[in-house]
Design a protein around this ligand. Sequence first.
Ligand SMILES: Nc1ncnc2c1ncn2[C@@H]1O[C@H](COP(=O)(O)OP(=O)(O)OP(=O)(O)O)[C@@H](O)[C@H]1O
Ligand SMILES: [Mg+2]
Length: 339
Amino acid sequence: MQYCYHHIQPSAHFLVHDSAERCHALLEAAGAWQAELHEEILVFDEGHWQKSHDLWVEVHKAKWADVILKEEFKELMMSDVEGFFDSEDLYKSLAVPWKRGIIIHGPPGNGKTITLKAVMKTCSDRGFAPLYVKSFRHRRSDEGAMVEVFKKAREMAPCIMVLEDLDSLITDTNRSFFLNQLDGLEGNDGLLLFASTNHLEKLDVALSGRPSRFDRKFAFDDPDERERTLYMKYWQKKLENNPNVLYSDGLIDELVSKTAGFSFAYLKEVFISSLVLLANPKHIATLSFSEVAKGQIRDLRVQMEKAKEQTAKSPPPQENAGAVVNPRFVRRTMQAQPI
Ligand SMILES: Nc1ncnc2c1ncn2[C@@H]1O[C@H](COP(=O)(O)OP(=O)(O)OP(=O)(O)O)[C@@H](O)[C@H]1O
Ligand SMILES: [Mg+2]
């Protein structure tokens, strides 16, 4: 018996036993086991579906409580997800296809990826397997990849399929094929598509501007004052037992007012870099958390302004080109409101 492993390396396995019946039973059981997911998430990459235990672990660590967004924003998004899986009968009674598409968009470092993980966790907990598409690369063509991707989604439905960085997955050459798969003559009943992008404006309006393909868009902008306060409080709770950190409510107000324009990733960096500095024995006795954090905010603001200047000067980056500046730290201004 010969299996093709990942379409590349053929490998041979032999089963030796005096009972052919038992051999067949074992093979059947192994085949059935192989077809199931065991603490794994299906990931499409390099032209085929693979099972990823690492992604499963990542997703199962995700908690909505760690995603700091305004409650009403979070609830609207969660109800879109939960509501989809609860509303098969409603869609059927309206004689419309039971499928939905959601795009989350915004500048780097404001929680799109952690939100996707929390959404995948929610779906997985409810028994709907999440599918994750990393690329549409395929040894034959992107079209070949899309056929495989949508075939699996139809097989697994009801399910959620995540397309991260949609603007880099969809190109001028594969777009119309993707739209065909999306609108699907074969139907995509039970498919909830969840896509993310930093560049909503780069997406063709055929994708971003037409309900029934992507019906809903959520903007993840840099946190406003209310979200920064929620984030500072989240860290206050995290650090409540740290003997090196005195973190009063008054300090929260100060940090909030000093960090206007910071992304969540920048805010996180304020805490991480401050704690690393404080962990140095030579600083513990001499510096307070408050002083260190404010110093870090000043430094990070300089870094952020420089990054913005550089971005303004440089031509738009090529896809996958090595970034001089971490794109996570580049800011844009849009309201974090679902539209
Ligand atoms: N809303 C948020 N709540 C809590 N933490 C956040 C939030 N947004 C970002 N962070 C922190 O910043 C890190 C980066 O966030 P994330 O990777 O989700 O950003 P992103 O929007 O996907 O960025 P990119 O567009 O670069 O992919 C997270 O690991 C998390 O620690
Ligand atoms: Mg991301």
